[in-house]
Write a protein that binds this ligand. Structure first.
Ligand SMILES: [Zn+2]
Length: 345
């Protein structure tokens, strides 16, 4: 007998909006809707608006929801769905549960998890992770998120805080990180790091080094200056003008040797981290998601090349390096996909 189709709602909170969509078990997304959120709105205002949207969309679709999944930046407690830390952009969520309001309103199972864990759940259920039991995943963008999928489930740790791969320390004397530590992986592989590294190389070639003198230790990289503070970068012709991480990859593709160096160095840092994780978790695959993963083979190929310097040959045998498959709607799909992952008994 044909099983009845199940539908899940994904709610993906960003700093200034919530994106909402209904997804079926096969990962088909029935459109999305974006609701603007301001920092001044209350918890009840935000969730009242979200609930209204979910109700309207499920009615239009004629879909009885099985569960609702919420994704959000920050540390989210695994039992209560409470935002423990990292809700600076949405102060109304501080120490509040991301599941309580919707659960009481819809009387359905509601789950909440941080955005990187949701991204991994999305790949596991609907993306490049289908067919894998275990993989490690990083999401590269303004920050670096991380997640672990072990034995077919997203591994969440005792309190739901596991998988912060972006804050593995690569150099205790390295640049300060937004988390308060130093030399975190995020400081070598996020968009700002790629942009900064490219500008520094241009400055150096032009003989106009910036201030400070701390290199990243990557191959071919000597200590060059840092001219960034708090993630803001200065913008002048002398330091390469306004350069986005995306444009560094574009320039590398067009043969710009300095951009090529930056791409290889970024890949080297990723390979360092993946290599250690391969030794620890013995996964089947390593997945790169987030905006920067749009670089595709351009990033995967050097990661593949360098990872053998950091992983042991045996656990590395057969490990695939992939880009994430879910792109624009990864947040909503991932938030919904966590329902499938977490409803497993
Ligand atoms: Zn950090």
């Amino acid at each position: 007998m044909k099983q009845k189709q199940r539908y899940f709602c994904g709610v993906d909170f960003g700093g200034t909006s919530a994106k909402i969509g209904i997804v079926d078990e096969q990962g088909k997304l029935y459109g999305t809707e974006r609701l603007a959120i301001s920092a001044g709105q209350s918890y009840e205002d935000i969730f009242g608006m979200v609930a209204h949207c979910i109700r309207r969309r499920s009615r239009q679709l004629g879909a009885n929801l099985t569960a609702i999944g919420v994704g959000s930046p920050g540390f989210i407690d695994r039992t209560e769905g409470r935002v423990i830390q990292g809700s600076e952009n949405l102060p109304a969520f501080k120490n509040r549960s991301l599941v309580k309001y919707l659960h009481e309103d819809f009387l359905l199972p509601v789950f909440a998890d941080n955005d990187a864990n949701c991204a991994a759940a999305g790949e596991l259920q609907f993306g490049v992770g289908v067919g894998y039991d275990s993989f490690v995943m990083i999401t590269l963008g303004a920050g670096v998120g991380g997640a672990l999928v072990l034995e077919g489930r997203v591994f969440r740790g005792t309190r739901g805080l596991a998988g912060e791969i972006g804050h593995i320390c690569l150099d205790a004397h390295g640049p300060f990180c937004t988390c308060g530590s130093r030399g975190c992986f995020e400081q070598y592989a996020n968009a700002a790091a790629i942009e900064r590294s490219y500008r520094e190389k241009i400055e150096k070639r032009r003989g106009t080094p910036g201030t400070g003198a701390r290199g990243t230790g990557a191959p071919g990289r000597r200590g060059s200056g840092r001219s960034v503070s708090g993630g803001k970068v200065s913008d002048s012709p002398a330091n390469g003008g306004s350069i986005s991480a995306e444009s560094v990859f574009l320039r590398s593709r067009s043969g710009d040797p300095l951009a090529g160096e930056v791409v290889r160095e970024t890949a080297w840092h990723i390979a360092r981290v993946f290599g250690s994780l391969v030794n620890i978790f013995n996964p089947q695959a390593c997945i790169i998601g987030g905006g920067i993963s749009a670089a595709g083979e351009q990033l995967l190929q050097p990661v593949q090349e360098y990872i053998a310097d950091f992983a042991w040959p045996l656990p590395l045998e057969g490990v695939k390096i992939h880009s994430a498959e879910l792109h624009n709607d990864a947040g909503v799909l991932g938030a919904a996909a966590q329902c499938l992952d977490r409803l497993k008994s």
